[in-house]
Every structure is written in structure tokens, then in C-alpha cells.
Write a protein that binds this ligand. Structure first.
Ligand SMILES: N[C@@H](CCC(=O)N[C@@H](CS)C(=O)NCC(=O)O)C(=O)O
Length: 223
């Protein structure tokens, strides 16, 4: 029945470390919360930032804060990551690759593993994500075959995939997205937006589900 429908959409970009945290958490809660679907949507962060907002790293004080914030958050969520000192943040090719995977692989496993491999490259091992060879490496590590990777790379350069990424970006901008992770929840026909990997408690309240911390499936330790 429509009245019990709940849907969560996550807009993310692999250039955004906070998006990685939100992505991991939503994957962990997918079968815990009574939500119809958690749609993980690839999305180009630069488009939003070009729309008038600035990434926190451009403000020197925010950059210092971001380092300690990410250290604590990655410990809390169990997702090790470290800010690269110098690495291109241009994730457009990577996000087109992710979009190609999402379009072809309707079951979400490939989308999840490819996205996570790209985040790992950028935010853990500090490797490039702009070049085709880098995307190939990430795809192979995510479990795709060499043929599949080749196919997705070709697809990622096609007009329909470029248009798809643009349309997802447009969708987020229609919700007045200004940064990532950006989460849109639909409950009983009402939509509410949340910005940040630190909004899960409030989000859970809105959707009428319980926030059980970053590890919902972890058995409670007995003394
Ligand atoms: N407090 C948020 C911070 C998220 C954040 O800083 N996201 C960056 C991209 S990685 C952004 O979009 N910033 C724009 C803004 O802060 O307005 C969280 O914990 O997730």
C-alpha cells in the first residue's frame, strides 16, 4: 500500500569522502530498515560546487578541521580513509564509469563494489581515478571481467551515459542540493532532504526507523 512506502535516494560522488561513509552505512542498513529501496545514485560533485558552493578544503581552517573530522569519522564508521595531499579531484570520468556500471548492471552489487574501489583509490591508497587505466584497475579489483571493464569504459564515453549523469545531477539540483552526501527520503508522499554522513539519526526519525549506530548487525557485546 502506498501509505507504507519509504524510499531513500543517495546522491554521491567518489571525490567526496563523506559520501563514502554515507554509502557504507546505507548498504549496512539496506536490509535492516523497512525501506522499499535504497537507490544509490552516481552524481558529479563538481557540478554542484560549480553552482555557487565551495568545497570545505578551500577554507584553510575548515581543511584543518576536515582532517581531524575525517580521522574520527572513519574510525567511528569503520571505513579507514586519509586525505590525499595532492591528487586530482576530477571525478567526472570515474562517475561516468560508475553511471555506465549502474545502467548495465541492474543488480546493485557491481555498482557498490566499483564505487568502493574508486573511493579506496582516492581516499585510502591515494591513486589516480582520472585515467582509463586507473578505472580499469578499479573495475578488475571490484570483480568485473576484463571484457566487462572494456565495455563499461566504452559505454562511459557514450552520449546516453553522459546525459544520464547530467540528469541525475539535475535531479539533485532540483532538490536544491549544495553538497554531498545528499540524501532524499520519501515517506507517504513527502520528501525530506538531508546533507551529510552525520544526519542518520535525524533521518531515521523522519522515516520512522531506528538508528542503531554504524554497525546495525553487530551483536551486542556481553560483559
Ligand atoms: N558534516 C558533513 C560534511 C560533508 C561535506 O563537507 N561534504 C563536502 C563534500 S565531501 C561538501 O559537499 N561540502 C559543501 C558544504 O559543506 O557546503 C558530513 O559529516 O558528512
Amino acid at each position: 500500500m502506498f501509505s507504507s512506502r519509504k524510499m531513500i535516494k543517495l546522491f554521491y560522488d567518489v571525490a567526496s569522502p563523506y559520501s563514502w561513509l554515507a554509502f557504507e552505512v546505507l548498504c549496512r542498513y539496506r536490509n535492516v530498515w523497512n525501506v522499499d529501496l535504497i537507490v544509490l545514485k552516481g552524481f558529479a560533485l563538481t557540478c554542484v560546487l560549480n553552482f555557487g558552493n565551495k568545497p570545505p578544503g578551500l577554507n584553510p581552517s575548515k581543511l584543518i578541521y576536515m582532517d581531524s573530522d575525517l580521522t574520527l569519522l572513519s574510525e567511528y564508521f569503520g571505513v579507514p580513509m586519509f586525505r590525499p595531499s595532492s591528487l586530482s579531484k576530477d571525478s567526472l570520468n570515474a562517475m561516468r564509469f560508475v553511471t555506465a556500471v549502474a545502467e548495465r548492471e541492474k543488480e546493485r552489487d557491481a555498482l557498490e563494489s566499483v564505487s568502493i574501489e574508486l573511493w579506496k583509490r582516492m581516499w585510502r591508497t591515494h591513486q589516480d581515478i582520472t585515467q582509463p587505466a586507473s578505472l580499469t584497475e578499479a573495475g578488475l579489483k571490484a570483480g568485473l571481467s576484463a571484457n566487462e571493464v572494456e565495455e563499461f569504459l566504452t559505454l562511459s564515453k557514450s552520449q546516453p551515459i553522459k546525459d544520464k549523469l547530467k540528469s541525475v545531477t539535475r535531479e539533485a539540483l532540483e532538490y536544491k542540493c549544495f553538497g554531498l552526501p545528499f540524501i532524499v527520503c520519501h515517506v507517504n508522499g513527502k520528501a525530506e532532504v538531508f546533507f551529510g554522513s552525520d544526519k542518520f539519526e535525524l533521518m531515521a526519525y523522519f522515516i520512522g526507523e531506528k538508528w542503531m549506530g554504524p554497525y546495525p548487525n553487530k551483536p551486542i557485546a556481553t560483559m
